[in-house]
Write a protein that binds this ligand. Structure first.
Ligand code: ZN
Length: 339
């Protein structure tokens, strides 16, 4: 722990989270399950399925249990902010008020966390902070941890609020290093349940797994992984996209001032990059998740999902972020208690 608050106890079983937070105290544990959120960054729902990740899906009933859900946001920062408000990717339900959907979804936290009868959670439980780590710490007595891979989630951002331990990993694409930390005892102990957020970037551009030669890859620029040209088209070759084009037949979707045709990839490159994302999922499935499931303690509720999808040329788009397209919002989703 980096925080002495975790050592303190109070006599009453639970107080108001706002007051407890102000006092820097947390109650005795009020729930039985550890909770682990895993975001496989930028992983599309359909590339996840194409990889047939049987090991990842096994604890939840296998491949058929993989749901197609919708992310609340098309890029990393707002998606994680929303996730830490407790709002998991949704099913886009029709003929139901949004407020009713939130209520129904929040009730599931009782099952996820294994809350005691006196601490039943409903939609109003997170008010006023509306922040899951605060609620888990100061209402239910959890320790809270994050290991993230993308710099837009670094520990100086507001996302790092009410975490006992928050680590931006040295490599953006090595979830195995997070497992080393779990095995070293950084996250779970017998004193209280833990909440852990893991964000991993093997499936993020440039879709590399540990050991890949970075010389093989096109360069990555900008805070969000904005792409520079690999095989830039000449202006004559560029084909304006009717959905995406501005008046000049170009777009400046990332605000960089670059014109679309100056950094577009050709179709063969898009196919190759999409295959790399499938390969990255297979690596996680074969190498990382079996080990993860072995080392997680009993009574751990796991949610596996992506924070958003990725475009590989559809509609004239590449990547994620300032994109309005179904494929950037479709995400794979699995959840359940391990054992
Ligand atoms: Zn992301």
């Amino acid at each position: 722990m980096t925080d002495d608050r975790s050592k303190e106890r109070v006599a009453e079983p639970a107080g108001k989270p706002g007051l407890m937070r102000m006092l820097g105290r947390r109650p005795d544990p009020q729930a039985d399950n550890h909770l682990v959120f895993i975001t496989i960054d930028s992983c599309r729902w359909d590339t996840f399925l194409e990889a047939r990740p049987e090991n990842i899906a096994r604890p939840f009933g296998g491949i058929d249990a993989i749901e197609r859900r919708i992310s609340y946001a098309p890029w990393t920062a707002p998606s994680h902010y929303n996730l830490l408000m407790g709002l998991l990717p949704h099913r886009s339900p029709k003929r139901v008020y949004a407020s009713e959907h939130y209520k129904r979804d929040f009730v599931r936290y009782n099952e996820r966390l294994g809350t005691r009868e006196s601490q039943r959670i409903d939609f109003g439980s997170l008010i006023p902070q509306m922040w899951l780590p605060s609620f888990l710490q100061y209402k239910l007595g959890y320790s809270t941890h994050a290991m993230v891979s993308l710099p837009v989630l670094n520990r100086a951002t507001p996302i790092n609020s009410d975490f006992d331990r928050y680590k931006l990993m040295d490599e953006h694409n090595d979830m195995g290093k997070m497992l080393d930390r779990i095995e070293a005892g950084e996250v779970f102990d017998d004193e209280r349940p833990s909440f852990l957020l893991m964000n991993t970037g093997e499936t993020h551009y440039p879709y590399t797994i540990p050991g890949d030669d970075p010389e093989d890859l096109p360069p990555l620029f900008g805070p969000h992984g904005i792409l520079r040209p690999v095989t830039p088209r000449s202006r004559d070759q560029a084909e304006p996209d009717p959905q995406n084009a501005g008046a000049s037949g170009t777009t400046d979707a990332d605000g960089s001032g670059e014109r679309f045709e100056e950094r577009v990839l050709d179709e063969a490159e898009m196919i190759r990059l999409r295959e790399r994302q499938v390969r990255a999922v297979r690596h996680l499935d074969k190498v990382v998740f079996p080990r993860l499931y072995d080392i997680l303690p009993r009574n751990t509720w796991v949610v596996v999902m992506s924070d958003h999808g990725e475009l590989f040329g559809e509609g004239g788009y590449f990547g994620h972020g300032p994109i309005l397209h179904d494929k950037v919002l479709e995400v794979p989703f699995l959840e359940g208690r391990l054992r």
